[in-house]
Structure formats: C-alpha cells, structure tokens
Design a protein around this ligand. Structure first.
Ligand code: KIV
Ligand code: ZN
Length: 507
C-alpha cells in the first residue's frame, strides 16, 4: 500500500484536558516543540473556548508553527466556539477548525436531546459556517468534522453516511470517526470505517481517533489505516481521557514493522516519552510497550538465548524492534532469575567487562540460580561477586603461598599440595614461565597453551585488583583448562591463575 499515514497529534487537546493539572502556555510550548521534533503532520493545539489560557496557548502555537504542520483547534458545533477557534489559530500556515457532534442514537437521545434529523442539520450548518469563516481569514483554511461516538453508530451507520455526504458538500475536508468510548470489538469498528471510506469521495481524508478503554486502540487504529483511514489521531504516551487515546509510538512502530513509509523521526520516540512522563506527572509503567523500563528485558533462559543469538539482526528473536530505532541506547536487558541459564551468565559477565567462557558460565549457572531462587532477579553486582568468588578463587589440592623474585629471571615459589609444603626455585622468561618451571621441578609438569591479561578497575571489587590473568593449561586429556585470577600485582595475578588452573586439572 502506497498511502502514507498522516500522524495527527491530540496530546495538547485530548491529552491536556484529561490531566489533573492542565498545562500552562509555557508547558504546552515545550510539548509542541517535542511534537515538531518528532515530525508529526498535524497538531490539535487545544480547545480555545475552554479557557482564556487555552485560547492564548493556541494563538501562541499557531504563531510559531512550522509551515508544513496542520494546526487545528477544537470547537463544538456552535458558532461562538467556531469563531473563537478560528480566531485562535488563523495565523498558522495551514489552520484547521475541528467541529464535532455526536451522531450515535444513544448520545443524540440521552445527552443532546435531539432527533437525528435535528442533529444532522446542526452538524451541516456548523461545517458550512466553519468553512466560510476560516476561508475569510486564511485561504488554506480547512474544516474537520468528527462524528463523536462513531463507535456506537453500528445500528444507524446508513444515517451517519448520509449525513457525512451532506457534511462533505458543506465543506468538510477531513471526516474523523472517533471511537469515543472503546466498548466493543475491533473488527466491526474497522468495517464501519471502511464503509465510510468507500462511501465518501476519495479526496476526503478519513481520520480515526480511538480511545483505549479496553486496551485495543493501537490495534483498531492500525487496522483502520488498512481500511482507508489516512489521518491517525494519536497522543504521546497515550495521554487522553480515562484510559487515554491511542499511543502514537505503538501505532508508528506497528506500521514501520509492516513496511509502511512514515514521516516520523522514530529515533526521537524514547526521549519524547521521558519528557512527556515528566511534564504530565504520569510515570511510564515498567511494562509499557516499547518505552517501559522493563520493555527490553529478557529473563527466561530460552528467550535470553534467542535474543542474544539474534541481537545484531534487524528482526530479533523475542523482541518487537531493535531498541535503537526508537532512540533507546541501552542494550536489551538480560535479567537473571531462576528461569535463566548459561547464556545469561555469559552475557551479563561479558557486558560487565570480565572474561568468561561458556564452560565457565555453565559452572556458575547453578550457583547463581540457587541465589535467584531465594532473592528473585539477581543484581549484576551479585553475579560479578559470584564470578570472582568461584572462578577467580578455585579451591582444591593446590594452595599458592608466595612467589618472590630472588635474582634476575629466578623466582622462589612456595605452595602447598595435599598438606605438603614445597619451596622451589623456577627460572624463566617472565613469571608465568618461571612458575611453570618451578611446578615442573616439583613434579607437576603442565603445558601452557595460552595466556592473556586485562586491566580492570580497582573499584570493581573490594580486593583492589588491577589485573585479571587468564591462563590456559593443557588438561590430562589434552583439553583446554582455563584458570583466571586477579591481583593488584600483575605477576601474582599470573601465578594465582596458574594455581586456579592446576586445581581444575588435578580436581
Ligand atoms: O473522543 C472524541 O470523540 C473526541 C472528539 C472531540 C473528536 O475527542
Ligand atoms: Zn477523544
């Protein structure tokens, strides 16, 4: 499908009207600037008849609006509201007055107290008036008409369509079909959107504006796009009346994943969400899709394994998107619980900056699992502590006691093996060579197959270590045995690593 969605933001109107403390002009301007950065196509800046402050805010935002963004203001289907709305936004390059009236049988009868033919005439007259008035002050002026409670219009959909045809003739450019209260299923609603789309001239933009009372508004908005709606009315962080409006980020990513071309700067999403949470005083739930603190966490071993194996791919296992697409810089979080496994241990220790092999991760896993069974998710610091305790201090038959340089290239090694003390001199090209030479003289000959040393931050663990040495010795059956150790003295780190490896060889 080639149609591009038109993202129309309602945070400053529907979102703002539902806040415990609606925004000041200054605050509205901050949110407005975020919307501009995000790249939305239209912004409903407010309801100018609601208060003098909202009128001024709309005026201010219309004045600073970029030329390519439609700026709209809400008005009831009454002349005074329409005039006030137009007055507030007329300086925008593309101003739009947004007129609404409910056409659902329930609302017309019990709230408006009008017969359908009366409501129809009010709507037509309002749109005609709005179009005449806006064109008097701005040649680009547009009119949007919303069928409030469209979602409740299944039983009188033919009447609604007839009315909308007249409303289009009266000058409406955009027909909005709100699900003002989300009460029913998605499919019949989307079918109704499609029925209106099919019935109206193709130059008319169909819009949807869905509330999220049952948690389905993202789905109904996305599917409405495929049913003919081009203008998608959404809000930042899903702000809006009651359970809110459709969340813009979720709709955008669902369409992006479906290869629909968007004008939005998706990488601004996360930063925008954080600013809006702060501005609205409404925290982001940790499980909120895409932006929640836990939305990037993997805890089950199977999920961790899949996510890690596919982490550099566009489509990842067990994740909706690569977090960097929405500007989340942090990696997907790997949390270790009793449900996790060796891949998580390997990943957590590697991300913490320490060397580990998958075999060592397998050895550590049951120890960390045991901890998780009592404490729940094990913090990274605790996992690192377990790593140091178990991999960098291997208990066994060998006990290293001292290693002293006695003359050039000669060290004296003192150690204990099965309660027997050894004092042996070793010669060699450096401490590793000299220590292995001393062990060989004492009857414990082992072949070195690899050696590395890395510097670590002395703050990392209480011991004040500055180096981690890794020694690979050939095991009794030719297998690779890895010993690691840390110490602030690099020569001693090497020797301790050899002894840890020896304890693994002779265990
Ligand atoms: O939810 C709704 O029906 C509205 C209209 C005013 C568009 O917010
Ligand atoms: Zn609404």
């Amino acid at each position: 499908m080639k149609r591009k969605p038109f993202f129309y933001d309602i945070t400053l109107r529907d979102g703002n009207q539902a806040l415990k403390k609606p925004w000041s002009i200054k605050e509205k301007e901050i949110v407005f600037n975020k919307l501009v950065e995000l790249g939305v196509n239209g912004i409903e800046v407010g309801f100018p008849s609601a208060s003098d402050m909202d009128f001024e805010a709309c005026q201010k935002l219309a004045n600073i609006a970029p030329d390519n963004i439609v700026i709209s203001a809400l008005a009831r289907s009454v002349k005074s509201d329409i005039k006030t709305a137009i007055d507030a936004i007329k300086t925008a390059t593309i101003p739009r007055v947004h007129v609404f009236l409910a056409l659902s049988p329930f609302h017309m009868k019990h709230v408006l107290n009008k017969e359908p033919h009366e409501a129809k005439q009010i709507a037509i007259d309002a749109v005609k008036f709005a179009k005449e008035e806006i064109l008097k002050v701005n040649k680009n002026g547009q009119v949007q008409f919303s069928v409030e409670h469209f979602g409740d219009c299944e039983e009188n959909i033919d009447f609604v369509i007839e009315t909308l045809k007249e409303i289009v003739k009266a000058g409406a450019d955009v027909i909005n079909l709100p699900n003002t209260v989300e009460r029913y299923r998605i499919k019949p609603l989307v079918d109704m959107v499609n029925k209106v789309y099919e019935a109206l001239p193709k130059e008319i933009t169909i819009a949807v504006h869905h509330h999220n009372d049952l948690g389905m508004s993202t789905a109904s908005t996305v599917e409405s796009f495929y049913a003919g709606a081009t203008q998608l009315e959404c809000s930042l962080n899903g702000l809006g009346e009651r359970a809110g409006n459709t969340n813009m980020y979720e709709v955008a990513i669902a369409l992006y994943n479906s290869d629909v071309e968007l004008d939005l700067n998706l990488e601004k999403i996360y930063e925008t969400a954080l600013v809006i949470a702060q501005m609205s005083n409404i925290t982001i739930h940790e499980k909120a899709p895409l932006i929640g603190s836990d939305a990037l966490a993997h805890r089950s071993g199977i999920h961790q394994d899949g996510a890690i194996k596919t982490k550099d791919m566009k489509k990842g296992a067990y994740r909706a998107i690569d977090p960097s697409i929405i500007g989340r810089k942090e990696d997907e979080r790997i949390g270790f619980t009793s449900q996790s496994g060796k891949t998580a241990v390997f990943e957590i220790i590697t991300r913490a900056g320490y060397p580990i092999s998958i075999e060592e991760a397998i050895r550590l896993t049951p120890i960390i699992k045991k901890e998780a069974e009592t404490t729940g998710e094990v913090p990274v610091e605790k996992i690192v502590e377990i790593y140091f305790k178990n991999l960098l201090e291997v208990k066994g038959a060998f006990e290293f006691l001292s290693f002293t340089l006695v003359e050039a290239d000669t060290f004296e090694l003192r150690f204990n093996y099965k309660d027997k003390y050894f004092d042996v001199k070793g010669y060699g090209n450096g401490p590793v060579d000299a220590c292995l030479n001393a062990l060989s003289k004492a009857g414990f000959k082992r072949k070195l197959s690899g050696y590395e040393q890395i510097a670590v931050d002395a703050q990392d663990f209480g011991a004040g270590a500055s180096a981690i040495s890794t020694i690979h010795l050939m095991g009794k059956n030719g297998q690779d045995i890895i010993g690691r150790a840390c110490d602030k003295n690099t020569a001693r780190a090497n020797v301790k690593a050899i002894f840890n490896a020896m304890n693994l060889v002779y265990n």
